[in-house]
Design a protein around this ligand. Structure first.
Ligand code: HEM
Length: 489
């Protein structure tokens, strides 16, 4: 026993020493190991990645390597050099680390599923006719939920809620009813999902405390059950997205248990971003009256057309351009979408930067792009990047502004809320339509105002950097009631 412990301790010591003694070689990016052996910068990175990486950018520039819990991560923050990472499938790999993450968070193993086949299958459902059906279905569910949630209240009665709860709950349930077969349990799924989602970043980082571990496990198991098709209820739709997913997994050789678990991964992928995005958008409008007025004025223009043509809102938004609302959405996502694009270096690689410099990346290291920091919050690309400017993405002639510059050079990626390259969000069109419909619906159907007119948006929950849409730390209290006619807006 003594010798086993002694040998283990020595082995560990040698590994720690090996990793601590790494030095920067010629042509490698600046290396910043931090002071704590093995852990390196892990604590600062996990607490607030954006703040930490901004500090490193200030110190080292657009490319550097940091040590985080035994891993060496090369962070690239020059958007004009992103393609060298996004387009490389030979020297860089994302499948392995993605599978590990899926195992940790969802207790799910899908080794036989080929990512390219899965993406192709997904794309079929979010394009063309399928997309139109999804759009109109979510619109119907949004309207029905908004009305059914008001049942039991007199029309003039104000209700109070947190804006985040209101947006997340409505968009989540409408999205769930659109894509999943069970019609009887949307509220229960939402409640359980929020509990699970609150622990998601800790699950990913293996930093759950004892009590939290039990909550996460039971929440996950309950969600697996809730998402399973209810064979007895007879609601199973043979043509549904969920059925198609089952067939796809079956063809890829996935067993029944993993098929059941995979539904939670899909629930998270498809439902976790739109609600928070709608919250930030409405939150920015409520706290920026000039932006709210610009959006309302654009909508008033559309609804005038509506009375003559009797268009449902979905067609209305499809048939007419809404440059102001589009700009507000782009600006919202610029400030609050914070994905981290990660790759593993599987062979030594020379990374060619847009400025002509070349850096050597070591096999076994990781590479990370964090578009939130650059381009999205880069003051050389977006002036006063911390401020919400509703017309930032509008040209003088009221069309979408697409040209942004850094050092006089046009930037290819000026904002990247949907990721990039081969893994760009499959649901982008669906998400954009859903968020716009939702905002349209709330602004036309509800009187909506902040409980405290002087209130500010809550700060960001800093632990969520790297996991898609940011979430607030706290909420913004609002009051609302059904509007009697749209034209009061
Ligand atoms: C505001 C809403 C949304 C945002 C900001 C967003 C953002 C993203 C981002 C950044 C990625 C790439 C992740 C990575 O590279 O690691 C992604 C992937 C994906 N998104 Fe979205 N998403 C949103 C909504 C949706 C919706 C509504 C759906 C489907 C209904 C969806 C389906 C997907 C899928 C399937 C992928 C995986 C693509 C792949 O791995 O090839 N997303 N999303």
């Amino acid at each position: 026993m003594f010798w086993t412990i002694f040998l283990l301790f020595n082995g560990l010591f040698i590994v720690v020493l090996f990793y601590s003694t790494r030095t920067r070689k010629k042509n490698e990016p600046p290396l910043d190991k931090g002071f704590i052996p093995w852990l390196g910068h892990a604590l600062e990175f996990l607490k607030d990645s954006a703040k930490f990486l901004a500090r490193m950018k200030e110190k080292h520039g657009d490319i550097f390597t940091v040590r985080v819990a035994g891993h060496y991560v090369t962070v690239l923050l020059d958007p004009n050099s992103f393609d060298a990472v996004l387009n490389d499938t030979v020297f860089l790999d994302f499948t392995n680390s993605r599978n590990q993450l899926i195992q940790k968070i969802f207790s799910l193993q899908l080794p036989s599923v080929k990512p390219a086949a899965e993406r192709k299958w997904m794309e079929r459902h979010f394009q063309g006719l399928s997309l139109s059906k999804l759009n109109s279905s979510i619109n119907t569910h949004l309207q029905n939920l908004l009305l059914s949630d008001q049942k039991g209240c007199s029309p003039s009665e104000w209700r109070q809620d947190g804006l985040f709860s209101l947006c997340y709950s409505l968009l989540f349930r409408a999205g769930y009813l659109t894509m999943f077969e069970r019609r009887d349990n949307a509220a229960a799924v939402y409640k359980e999902f929020r509990q699970f989602d609150n622990l998601l970043t800790k699950l990913a980082r293996s930093s759950l405390k004892r009590g939290e571990s039990e909550t996460a496990n039971s929440s996950r198991e309950r969600l697996w059950e809730l998402l399973s098709p209810n064979l007895l209820s007879g609601t199973s739709e043979s043509n549904s997205w969920q059925q198609s997913y089952h067939h796809f997994l079956q063809e890829e050789g996935v067993d029944a248990e993993m098929q059941k678990r995979a539904l939670l991964l899909q629930l998270w992928t498809t439902q976790c971003n739109a609600g928070p995005a709608a919250f930030w958008l409405l939150g920015f409008l409520l706290t920026h009256p000039e932006a709210m007025e610009a959006v309302k004025s654009e909508i008033r223009g559309l609804t005038l057309l509506d009375t003559s043509l009797q268009h449902p809102p979905i067609n209305l938004l499809e048939a007419h351009s809404t440059p102001v609302l589009d700009s507000v959405l782009s600006e919202t996502l610029r400030l609050t979408a914070a994905v981290m694009i990660r790759r593993e270096v599987v062979q030594d690689k020379i990374l060619c930067m847009a400025n002509g410099k070349e850096y050597h990346l070591r096999r076994g290291d990781r590479v990370c792009l964090f578009p939130f920091l650059s381009p999205q919050m880069d003051p050389q690309i977006h002036q006063e990047p911390q401020l919400f400017k509703y017309d930032r993405f509008l040209d003088d002639n009221m069309t979408v502004k697409e040209k942004f510059y850094k050092d006089g050079k046009r930037i290819k990626y000026h904002t990247m809320p949907w990721g990039g390259g081969r893994n760009t969000c499959v649901g982008k069109e669906f998400a954009v339509t859903a968020i716009k419909q939702f905002v349209f619906l709330l602004l036309t159907q509800l009187d909506l105002e902040m409980c405290d007119p002087e209130a500010k948006l809550p700060p960001v929950n800093t632990s969520r950097y790297g996991f898609g849409m940011l979430q607030p730390d706290g909420d913004l209290q609002v009051r609302y009631r059904l509007r009697r006619t749209q034209h009061e807006m």
